[in-house]
Design a protein around this ligand. Structure first.
Ligand SMILES: CC(C)CCC[C@@H](C)CCC[C@@H](C)CCC[C@@H](C)CCOC[C@@H](COP(=O)(O)OP(=O)(O)OC[C@H]1O[C@@H](n2ccc(N)nc2=O)[C@H](O)[C@@H]1O)OCC[C@H](C)CCC[C@H](C)CCC[C@H](C)CCCC(C)C
Ligand SMILES: O=P([O-])([O-])O[C@@H]1[C@@H](O)[C@H](O)[C@@H](O)[C@H](O)[C@@H]1O
Ligand SMILES: [Mg+2]
Ligand SMILES: [Mg+2]
Length: 189
């Protein structure tokens, strides 16, 4: 909710990055795929217990996640399939990163599992409520941008801090689950 508000502030920078990509003929879906590959690489680096490099790669992957939509809008190539692809790859990325963190024993796998359920529920609630006619349900304390930035900040602190990032993301994600549930109830009842 908080970071989403800054989308407009960074739009100019993102468009500047995207223009050469558009000239090179890169399609939005190709950019989405590159973002996913970087997220998978980040997950692998977490598995190797290299959280700082993993966070850097995840940051670049997340920036690319902002570039695909920017490219699509700038070139008039937005598509329903592109939106579906973007959201689906986000879920693969979220799952892979937590899987890598758990496999690398950076956090207890049960905590990673609960955090993953919370994160997925947050996204699912938005998708399902919007389908039911709630209007945009981009509400809550920990949307994806917040969850990613928390993970990156704790990862940059070092391997022994990653678990605290996962705890925090898990707690905030579950708070967001209840916030979205309540908002959906108010709008759809
Ligand atoms: C000076 C320059 C050299 C550098 C300038 C850098 C700046 C530009 C920095 C900006 C970075 C920031 C944007 C990226 C990092 C944020 C990240 C951590 C969070 C991830 O956010 C996701 C991102 C994108 O979300 P979506 O995928 O939902 O959105 P879009 O892709 O735009 O649109 C989807 C939409 O597009 C269509 N579409 C898409 C794909 C496709 N194939 N076809 C399509 O048609 C379709 O219609 C889809 O529905 O969110 C971006 C916005 C974000 C919320 C803004 C955050 C601002 C914040 C202040 C940034 C701080 C970042 C900071 C660098 C982090 C430092 C952390 C460190 C300390 C660890
Ligand atoms: O809902 P949430 O987990 O904060 O985050 C999500 C957005 O950040 C993302 O860009 C979109 O593609 C997802 O489908 C989802 O809605
Ligand atoms: Mg995107
Ligand atoms: Mg995305």
């Amino acid at each position: 909710m908080v970071l989403n508000r800054y989308r407009e502030n960074v739009r100019g920078y993102l468009e500047a990055i995207v223009r050469p990509l558009a000239k090179a003929g890169l399609t939005p879906n190709a950019v989405t795929l590159i973002g996913l590959i970087l997220s998978l690489l980040s997950a692998y680096l977490y598995y190797l217990r290299e959280p700082r490099v993993a966070a850097l790669v995840l940051l670049i992957g997340s920036l690319i996640d902002a570039l695909d939509g920017t490219l699509a809008r700038l070139t008039g190539k937005t598509s329903k399939f592109g939106a579906f692809l973007d959201s689906t790859f986000d879920r693969i990325s979220d799952g892979a990163v937590l899987f890598g963190i758990a496999l690398g024993s950076l956090v207890d796998w049960r905590v990673a599992f609960l955090t993953l359920i919370g994160s997925y529920l947050v996204s699912y609630e938005r998708c399902r409520a919007e389908l039911a006619g709630s209007g945009k349900l981009a509400v809550g304390i920990a949307e994806r941008a917040e969850r990613l930035i928390i993970m990156m900040v704790f990862s940059f602190l070092g391997a022994e801090y990653v678990k605290y990032g996962v705890y925090l993301v898990g707690i905030l994600a579950w708070i967001t689950v209840f916030q979205r549930f309540y908002t959906a109830y108010q709008r759809l009842k």
